[in-house]
Design a protein around this ligand. Sequence first.
Ligand code: NAG
Ligand code: NAG
Ligand code: NAG
Ligand code: NAG
Ligand code: NAG
Ligand code: NAG
Ligand code: NAG
Length: 335
Amino acid sequence: MKPATGKGWWARHTLRFKIILLAIIAVIVIGLAVGLGVGLTQGGGSGSSPSAPSSTPTGTLTPLPSPSARPKWQPSVNSTWQIILQGPINFGPSNTSITPNVSVYDIDLFTNSEDVISTLHNMGKNVICYFSAGSYEPGRPDSANFTASDKGDGLQGWPGEVWLNLNSTNVRNIMKARIELAAQKGCDAVDPDNVDGYQNTNGLGLTEADSVNYMQFLAENAQAHNLSIGLKNALDIIPAVLPVVQFSVNEQCVEYGECTSFAAFIAAGKPVFHIEYPSDAPNLKTADVTNYCSNTGKGNGTDGFSTVLKNMDLDGWVEYCDGQTADTPLLNTSS
Ligand SMILES: *[C@@H]1O[C@H](CO)[C@@H](O)[C@H](O)[C@H]1NC(C)=O
Ligand SMILES: *[C@@H]1O[C@H](CO)[C@@H](O)[C@H](O)[C@H]1NC(C)=O
Ligand SMILES: *[C@@H]1O[C@H](CO)[C@@H](O)[C@H](O)[C@H]1NC(C)=O
Ligand SMILES: *[C@@H]1O[C@H](CO)[C@@H](O)[C@H](O)[C@H]1NC(C)=O
Ligand SMILES: *[C@@H]1O[C@H](CO)[C@@H](O)[C@H](O)[C@H]1NC(C)=O
Ligand SMILES: *[C@@H]1O[C@H](CO)[C@@H](O)[C@H](O)[C@H]1NC(C)=O
Ligand SMILES: *[C@@H]1O[C@H](CO)[C@@H](O)[C@H](O)[C@H]1NC(C)=O
């Protein structure tokens, strides 16, 4: 949850009320200090916040601590967006407009140049840079830097792509460098994909806790460069990871009836960038749009989501819930 600022509260209450309240708090604090003082003479004495649990029940994940600094960019709920993982974007001769004219673009970190990102910035867009953080993909500029021991089982449906050991120092160094590249290119945020190996046959014994720990690592590195970061899918670890990420990128929560889990982001004031892949895209029937954009039935929980209807290969075509369509021009694609 977003912390309250306190300013509004202070302004709304009288001085007398505040003095009485402070006196009551002082009495309670002194009482506790006297009562517990003897018990504090041994142990770690970590001085951790009082809300930190002293022990974690088995099977539950402890929420990560909130970062001390605010992210430079916190995208707002209801932001309009487009996601394109083909590309790069082809602006053509005019660099002053792009279709669709939405506020956020999520694009591939490697295939798009610094120029593409600055051109989007000049149009007032924010840019999220996508890379795979939890899988090895052949053909990326740094693919040769992964070792055999980093690699697990293949990703179903993605030939040549395999799950990565999220504990590997080598993997983490490569991802650290990818985040640095995102910062160099001027991205506002990163969208690290495939952090949910735990819910797939990964061949490495990856657990939810491994993913939470890995997201903490990625978030710290993003924050060090003033980059925002999102959690991709991974609904089981949302409560644990929510404090350190600024948005969700979700695929197919309506298809699978999972959207209420992602609604935790909206409640925390963080957008859910939501993608569905209707089978008849790009020629959607009105009934299909209605189905994927409904907040009832399998769409329960989608209030406030930023929904796009896309082709599975995430090319330039997109349809929105109001029925508007667009096709962002790309280079290197046959159209
Ligand atoms: C694009 O949207 C922005 C923000 O809503 C607006 O200021 C701008 O005029 C739009 N550009 C075009 C070409 O419609
Ligand atoms: C459009 O922007 C790109 C990237 O910033 C730049 O390389 C190109 O020269 C620009 N073209 C025009 C016509 O301004
Ligand atoms: C691969 O690793 C080497 C050695 O750590 C490093 O110098 C190089 O920059 C890396 N290559 C890429 C493309 O990240
Ligand atoms: C990753 O490291 C943690 C902490 O050392 C350990 O508990 C976990 O089992 C490791 N996971 C894998 C898949 O090796
Ligand atoms: C992050 O942004 C803050 C505030 O704009 C600035 O003081 C700081 O130097 C920036 N850090 C980096 C690594 O760019
Ligand atoms: C929608 O989700 C909420 C929150 O999980 C739940 O309380 C409610 O029963 C659900 N409504 C329907 C119609 O399934
Ligand atoms: C998002 O849009 C919905 C639908 O227009 C609206 O009900 C909701 O209040 C908006 N939420 C925010 C945080 O702007």
